[in-house]
Design a protein around this ligand. Structure first.
Ligand code: AMP
Ligand code: MG
Length: 414
């Protein structure tokens, strides 16, 4: 059922659940060199073609020994057969009472049962004397072949957005390129006759257009190809035309402005005339007028025009949607409890995303201050913040000392 037919405001969690059900993730993939794969989404599971480490190797600079069979005493004097450096192998098998000098990372010779660190040895005329201050045992200081990854292990799963460590992991199993989901094509339209591009003189009654700079930056961090059209005029025809053009090239159209109930708010009507609107008005603050639907077959997300509202709704509602669309397996955001340092004004009925500055205190307790005025036009409140203070829908005013949940700005916002 369309959420537009329901009375009242849709709670945020319900809205996200509904939106995610409407998304068919992009499945087309492209090959990507490992060097530029960070931030891309894996299109397939990656299994390891090798063991990591590939062979037993030494975790220390010292001596690899063969003290005899398991249980035989380790301390004693060993005959040194040679030296093996990282990148080399020792030809031959160590017999009982024999050792080789070995460096960290070098392959442990056949026959060696453990590595003794250099500090517990002494070179004497008769050979290498090994002491035993720490009750040496078989396998000590040997990193076993495959102890990190075995041949055939799934190292990273489809839907993973690759991190720097993931790229290192792929390199460590010899993978030079991966299949990743192709980038999303996003059409970003900002609407409003009052909007002037920065750099131009500002006539009376106009304001500088800022939403496209915020929204585009977030979308590009997601790896999307973003086409931006700014200051679409506040007429039904102009918005219909911009939406139709966008629908022919985009996976999703994102608009800002014109979704409220003002005289010049035509975005919803334009969407309904070209497709359908299936969600409008969320129980969130800022961001109540958020709208969702389709223009033809293309997804449509209509963000409110107020600068803070457009940013908060893109982050809280748009990102789970876009990330899912881009093939990513998404987990819910991490929230942490913090003590409110200030009184926070809040009316029950909507989930608030107030802007805060969170700090970890010496005792391990998070504390959060408000950034001050919370109006939906006050973009500096986000610029100064490092977190959202997420106040539950039915909560009222918060007094200093009360516990609130905060969501530290993630990689999309900071
Ligand atoms: P709207 O949602 O179109 O009613 O716009 C709400 C408020 O946000 C108005 O004060 C607009 O002037 C402002 N606004 C809308 N779009 C933008 C934009 N792209 N950049 C800066 N402010 C905007
Ligand atoms: Mg407007």
């Amino acid at each position: 059922m369309s959420h537009c037919d329901k009375p009242g405001l849709t709670p945020v969690a319900e809205a996200i659940e509904y939106l995610l059900k409407q998304v068919k993730p992009v499945s087309e993939s492209v090959q990507c060199e490992l060097g530029s794969a960070c931030g891309r989404v894996l299109a397939n599971d990656v299994t390891s073609p090798v063991n990591v480490p590939p062979a037993d190797n030494s975790a220390m600079d010292g001596y690899a020994l063969n003290p005899g069979k398991t249980g035989d005493n380790v301390p004693g004097i060993y005959r040194q057969r040679g030296i093996v450096l990282a990148g080399e192998t020792f030809e031959g098998i160590l017999g009982k009472g024999e050792c080789v000098r070995i460096m960290t990372g070098a392959t442990v010779p056949d026959g060696a049962r453990l590595v003794v660190m250099q500090e517990n040895t002494e070179v004497i005329d008769a050979g290498v004397r090994v002491e035993d201050p720490a009750a040496l045992r078989e396998g000590d200081n040997i990193r076993r072949a495959g102890e990190d990854i075995r041949v055939g292990d799934v190292v990273l799963s489809k839907g993973r957005r690759l991190t720097p460590a993931d790229c290192g992991l792929l390199a460590s199993i010899g993978v030079a390129s991966v299949d990743v989901v192709r980038p999303l094509n996003v059409s970003l339209l900002t609407t409003g006759d009052e909007l002037i591009a920065p750099g131009q003189p500002l006539p009376a009654g106009k304001i500088y257009e800022s939403n496209s700079f915020v929204l585009r930056s977030v979308l590009e961090r997601l790896g999307a190809n973003v086409t931006v059209v700014t200051a679409v005029s506040d007429t039904l025809v102009a918005i219909q035309q911009a939406l139709s053009e966008a629908a022919s090239v985009a996976d999703i159209i994102i608009t800002s402005g014109g979704v409220s109930v003002g005289e010049a708010d035509f975005t919803r009507e334009a969407v309904e005339s070209l497709g359908e609107l299936s969600l409008w008005k969320l129980a969130m603050k800022p961001g109540k007028p958020l709208a969702f639907g389709r223009v033809g077959e293309t997804l449509f997300l209509g963000l409110p025009g107020n600068p803070v509202s457009s940013l908060v709704t893109l982050h809280q509602i748009g990102m789970p949607l876009l990330r899912t669309l881009s093939g990513e397996t998404v987990s819910p955001p991490v929230r942490i409890p913090a003590i409110a340092a200030d009184r926070l004004r809040k009316r029950p009925g909507r989930t608030d995303y107030q802007r805060g500055i969170a700090e970890l205190h010496a005792e391990g307790q998070w504390q959060v201050r408000s950034t001050g005025q919370q109006g939906s036009g006050i973009l500096s409140s986000v610029s100064r913040a490092n977190c959202f203070i997420v106040l539950e829908q039915e909560r009222g005013h918060v007094l200093p000392g009360e516990t609130v949940m905060v969501e530290l700005f993630d990689q999309w916002l900071s």
